[in-house]
Design a protein around this ligand. Structure first.
Ligand code: NDP
Length: 330
């Protein structure tokens, strides 16, 4: 077997202009780490779109292989937890940002970054979930820790037809929550209802400037959008409720007031998937194994090949991707 494998590489010239190319690498080109993995499946997350298009400074070391998550099989390991043949998942920890990432046939990483593929899931199932879906699970777990149980009232999910949103709806509905899906693509109503949304609301109900407080509509939320949308979501959260903030598809700003916090006791729960501690990751992936209807993953995901990555990265930034894109790296 040849040592060469295909990879996408992001480079920067002296004037700091970014370029993206498909190239070939060898294991000697990989970065430091104690586990080498054959990358079998990956995904295109919003952050990968930002990295490949250069829209935001996600990549902070050049040249770099982008791709923030993968699933595959361990080829060699000097880490005590892993041996050749183990099926593993990697999310975050700076891969695709400062460490060579997923869009290469092989990756060398720290064994501490890896989690086992849950029993009963294929590498493609895992990447149908991907970092977006694992973030959705971290968000649901944060709501649960805050005591937001299904009997407390509805949960709003923003950016509903996107990756985080789609998986959040599937998880929340399986757990018995009444899910209100906010989307700019009302044409996706049938898709969102199939995932388990009970109600659909148009994105523009939430995307303009927010009042400090508005009519109470939900007990909790998973917000992938930020900006005015998160401000409106907070202003409409019922007394003692909580919103898990995990995304910025509308913007990084948060034009809100303290009113929801000091007059309704609302909590804003920050969700970070990249540096999340290992125990939380293990719990999240275990819960993905049990609390997500895997039959829904085929509705959520579209499978593409390595050659489709760059186009998919542009499409996700344009809001043209529904659910999740899974890459078959073979
Ligand atoms: P997607 O592009 O798949 O989904 C984002 C969705 O947001 C879109 O599908 C769209 O949903 C909605 N949206 C897009 N643009 C706007 C806009 N201008 N105003 C309002 N809504 C908009 O991305 P992901 O699901 O992969 O990621 C969602 C967000 O979560 C991103 O910001 C990403 O960076 C963040 N993220 C954060 C993580 C963390 O660790 N905190 C980890 C993973 C993701 P619709 O068409 O239904 O309206």
């Amino acid at each position: 077997m040849t040592d060469r494998f295909k990879a996408i590489l992001i480079s920067r010239d002296e004037e700091k202009r970014q370029s993206v190319a498909v190239t070939e690498l060898t294991e000697a080109d990989l970065m430091e780490g104690d586990v080498t993995v054959a990358v079998e499946a990956s995904t295109v997350n919003y952050k990968d779109g930002l990295a490949i298009t250069g829209k935001s400074p996600v990549v902070r070391r050049f040249p770099l292989v982008p791709g923030i998550d993968f699933a595959g099989t361990v080829l060699s390991s000097s880490h005590p937890d892993w041996k050749a043949g183990d099926k593993v998942i990697l999310n975050g920890w700076g891969t695709g940002e400062t460490h060579h990432g997923a869009y290469a046939g092989r990756s060398r990483v720290k064994g501490d970054w890896l989690v086992p593929l849950p029993a009963g899931m294929s590498v493609f199932d895992a990447m149908s979930v991907g970092t977006a879906g694992y973030t959705a699970m971290l968000s649901v777990m944060a709501l649960e820790r805050h005591g937001i149980t299904p009997d407390r009232g509805p949960i709003v999910v923003t950016g509903a037809a996107g990756g985080v949103g789609s998986v959040a709806i599937a998880i929340l509905s399986k757990l018995g929550y009444h899910v209100i899906a906010s989307t700019g693509r009302v044409s996706e109503e049938a898709y969102l209802k199939e995932l388990g949304a009970a109600e659909i609301i148009p994105r523009d109900e939430l995307s303009g400037p927010a009042k400090p407080l508005a009519k109470e509509r939900w007990a909790g939320g998973v917000d992938a959008v930020g900006s005015h949308t998160l401000a409106n979501v907070l202003s409409m959260t019922s007394y003692g409720g909580a919103i898990a903030a995990c995304g910025l598809a509308q913007g990084m700003d948060l034009p809100t007031s303290v009113a929801p916090f000091i007059l309704r006791g609302v909590s804003l729960l920050g969700i970070d998937s990249v540096m999340a501690p290992k125990a939380l990751r293990l719990e999240a992936w275990k819960r993905i194994g049990t609390d997500l209807d895997h039959a829904k993953l085929s509705a959520i995901s579209t499978r593409i090949g390595f050659d489709g990555i760059i186009d998919a990265a542009k499409a996700i930034i344009d809001g043209r991707i529904r659910g999740r894109v899974v890459i078959d790296m073979a």
